[in-house]
Write a protein that binds this ligand. Structure first.
Ligand SMILES: Nc1ncnc2c1ncn2[C@@H]1O[C@H](COP(=O)(O)OP(=O)(O)OP(=O)(O)O)[C@@H](O)[C@H]1O
Length: 784
């Protein structure tokens, strides 16, 4: 197979295109040597090639492809410097192209004049080589690191190309293991499974066969196990997977001729021999070490933070009365309880649906806290000065919290200055709040919550707010629900809907969804809530009609959102977007399917540009920059982001979006469409989340029996170990400190509005009930 790889050696004549973010290049090369018939002197080569520069000679390994528009091109899988550079001007160009700190064209020229054509090697190997140039020591270090990284990454790309493994996975492996990635690859590539996200068991298995690598069967089996367990966790959102199920899937993945049946003893043996740190494995459940650690960390921190205070009831009551006078509101019993609980405990939870007064309580808590601590909020230079920090997991949620409370709020990532947003073990800043308020807690996943708790230096008062009936977080776990179910943190459930104006009927309907009974309400039509029955082919035309009417009535497209559960099926997101796009913005000039004025959604986290997965924007204009078309998109009506042509795949049309993607956002008018009566993904919390995205107007469009059925199906369950860990730790603490009475009366929640239903009990994982719960729950869902 290796002989089938083609190669081209030649000097880079011109960089036609380069994407700074992922170092994707399109170049033209003067051919010096070629391993196949080509018949021309110049060839266009594409690929991820960090550090590549005009004028230098490289050997490219890859395959010949045919671009529909541009004809034959060579797709490089790897490349390496083929000849020692002999042209000083090429080395100057290379240094400039790397955008090294403090090195512009003039300095680069001076460096090459002094160090010669081997300047790059000199800089990497000799720390003193840059002495004599006006570059400070910090920058010198950065320059050496960047050039070393280029060289190392090239080596890793080359090694991975021999295994026919994608460049994207090679880059991930390099970021995790540096040059060591090459040794791991040559020794046991199965080691990467479950650790390097874009690698599958099949890929590695095929590669090992292709190059006939000598890897033991036990290493192969361990690789399969790790991959299966990680996939099951990521797809189902559960942090615990039934051992028996993992073993069954692993056997299936290994195939019939694996030569070994993977049973429990065999797994223990393999893990001991190969990769014992990866799993937490026992008779009943499997989880990865990461998730086991996150849950332990959370249980530990909660245990340490969780203490009651002796706060004076009289003072608190008079503060609440003062707030009521100021705001002209009469707080209801549970609102007052939630406030009191927030001041009498280090940790407290407030949960409730929309309009139940959560934001009002946050305002009350901030004002009372300021008053008790003699803070003048107007005079504080920054929120850190006041000791009060407000945070939420998404940009949208943080903005909405800050708009409603008139107090600054930041996303958790920004608050902690997380170094790598995808890595929950990534380094962060430490924070020292006195009062920490976390909103939209249901969106916080296990890893992120562990990261947040790990970053708190002090012992602040922490108040966690959210709506526990919504869908759980996109990432694995269901921290908010588990914290409530564990009963270790005082929790207040708000139930009264204070919104009697526009939107009031939407909230009442949402409450009916939670009770599972919407059958009698499906005929109801109000100013703010409308049910429109449509089947199959009728759905999209019905949506078009509503959109037309709403736009004619002045609803801005940013405030009009269609939500659907599926992408591909009839009446799915793709089809709706196509038709609504034609209807509201039928322009001919499009780039990658987008026209000026289009509503789009970002699909990836790109912290360098300050734009994150799920943010919705409007295409503003297209500008020419050095011959490239740059698309400008305005997010949140205030921050504009530029997209290179090949970055446009980070965007998709957003006239319709998935319900998962809409978590944490609200819109003035929401149109929810559902069809497919027998789809088990359509469950209560999915419908509830969709409906509660609407502020003023809600339309339900589709087969109305689908909505009735969805409301009737209990919410999806995730299996986690957190409830048990939280309760076990509390018990241990209680025993150790002989604290039983005190804790029972003060720490355990006095406020418990909702009686524990049989259903709720069943969600708490015990050794008795685990067999009754399907660990593949949620696996059937499209990954959000
Ligand atoms: N005790 C009360 N009496 C009268 N009105 C109230 C009371 N509490 C809150 N409200 C009003 O009810 C409305 C909803 O309250 P609030 O915004 O605090 O709820 P929320 O739970 O944060 O809702 P959402 O999540 O939808 O923003 C607001 O207009 C608020 O002023």
């Amino acid at each position: 197979m290796e002989e089938k790889q083609k190669s081209v050696t030649g000097k880079v004549k011109k960089i036609i295109f380069r994407n700074l973010k992922d170092q994707f290049f399109i170049i033209s090369v003067n051919i010096a040597e070629i391993s196949f018939d080509f018949g021309q002197e110049e060839i266009v080569i594409t690929g991820t090639m960090p550090g590549l520069a005009e004028g230098l000679t490289y050997k490219f390994i890859g395959s010949l492809t045919k671009h529909p528009k541009y004809g034959q091109q060579f797709k490089a899988q790897s490349y390496e410097i083929a000849a020692e550079p002999d042209d000083p001007s090429a080395v100057v160009k290379f240094l400039v192209s790397r955008e090294l700190p403090g090195i512009g064209e003039k300095t680069a020229q001076k460096i090459v004049d002094k160090l010669g054509v081997n300047a790059v090697d000199e800089i990497i190997n000799n720390p003193d080589s840059l002495n004599g140039f006006r570059i400070n020591p910090e920058r010198k270090k950065e320059i050496r690191e960047k050039l070393t990284e280029d060289v190392e990454l090239n080596k890793v790309l080359l090694a991975f190309s021999r295994f026919h493994i994608s460049q994207a996975a090679a880059i991930d492996a390099y970021n995790l293991y540096g040059l060591e990635a090459i040794n791991i690859l040559n020794d046991n590539p199965y080691y990467f499974l479950g650790r390097v996200p874009r690698l599958s068991f099949n890929q590695i298995d095929q590669s090992c066969k292709l190059i006939d690598l000598d890897v033991s069967e036990s290493e192969r089996i361990t690789g399969a196990l790790k991959w299966v367990a990680s996939e099951m966790i990521n797809r189902s959102g559960s942090t615990l997977i039934e051992t028996e199920r993992v073993l069954r899937n692993t056997n299936w993945v290994l195939g019939e001729n694996s030569g070994a049946t993977v049973n429990e003893e065999f797994v223990e043996k393999c893990l001991n021999e190969n990769d014992e740190d990866f799993f937490s494995f026992d008779k009943d459940f499997v989880t990865t070490q990461d998730y086991s650690n996150y849950e332990n960390e959370i249980a530990n921190s909660i245990n340490q933070l969780n203490h009651p205070f002796e706060e004076n009831d009289e003072i608190l009551n008079s503060e609440i009365t003062e707030f009521e006078k100021k705001t002209d509101l009469q707080l209801e019993h549970y609102q007052k309880k939630a406030i009191t609980s927030a001041f009498k405990n280090n940790l407290s939870i407030i949960t409730g649906g929309p309009g139940t007064g959560k934001t009002t309580i946050v305002r009350a808590i901030i004002e009372i806290f300021a008053d008790l601590h003699h803070l003048n909020l107007q005079e504080q230079e920054s929120e850190e000065d006041s000791g009060i920090l407000l945070t939420a997991p998404t940009g949208k949620a943080a903005k909405s919290l800050s708009d409603k409370t008139k107090f600054p709020a930041a996303t958790i990532h920004r608050l902690l200055k997380v170094r790598d947003v995808e890595d929950r073990n990534s380094e962060t800043d430490l924070i020292s709040p006195d009062l920490l308020i976390i909103d939209e807690m249901s969106l916080v996943d296990t890893g992120l919550f562990a990261q947040l708790l790990r970053s708190i230096k002090t012992k602040p008062t922490v108040i966690m707010l959210g709506d526990v009936d919504q869908l759980p977080s996109v990432g694995p776990g269901q921290v908010f629900k588990d914290l409530i179910d564990s009963d270790v943190i005082p929790t207040t459930t708000l139930q009264r809907n204070f919104r009697q104006d526009l939107g009031g009927n939407i909230i009442n309907f949402a409450n009916l969804i939670n009770s599972g009974e919407i059958y009698d309400s499906m005929e109801d039509n109000y100013d703010d809530l409308k049910m429109i029955s449509a089947k199959g082919e009728e759905i999209v035309p019905a949506l078009e009609k509503i959109v037309k009417a709403e736009i004619a009535a002045g609803t801005p497209i940013t405030e009009l959102q269609i939500l659907a559960p599926m992408y591909k099926n009839k009446g799915g997101i793709f089809e709706i977007n196509d038709s609504i796009h034609q209807l509201v913005n039928p322009q001919k000039f499009k780039i990658n399917g987008f026209a000026v004025g289009d509503k789009v959604i970002q699909l990836e986290n790109v912290p360098e540009k300050d734009v994150y997965n799920g943010e919705i924007g409007i295409v503003q204009r297209v500008e020419q920059l050095h011959g490239r078309r740059i698309t400008k998109v305005l997010f949140d009506q205030e921050h504009e982001i530029s997209y290179e042509p090949d970055e446009l795949n980070q965007l998709t049309l957003a006239y319709a979006i998935s319900i998962h993607k809409a978590q944490g956002s609200e819109f003035k008018t929401v149109i929810v469409t559902m069809s497919g009566r027998f789809d088990t993904m359509l469950r209560r919390n999915l419908l509830y989340t969709a409906v509660t995205r609407a502020r003023d107007h809600l339309y339900l469009v589709g087969d109305l029996t689908t909505f009735i059925r969805a409301a009737g199906l209990p919410s999806t369950i995730r299996l986690t170990g957190l409830v048990n860990k939280l309760q076990r730790r509390l018990d241990a603490k209680v025993e150790a400190e002989e604290f039983v009475k005190h804790v029972e009366t003060k720490v355990l929640p006095k406020v418990k509005e909702k009686p524990e239903t049989a259903e709720k009990k069943a969600y708490v994982l015990t050794t008795e009930n685990y067999q009754l719960i399907d660990p593949m729950i949620g696996m059937e869902q499209i990954k959000p």
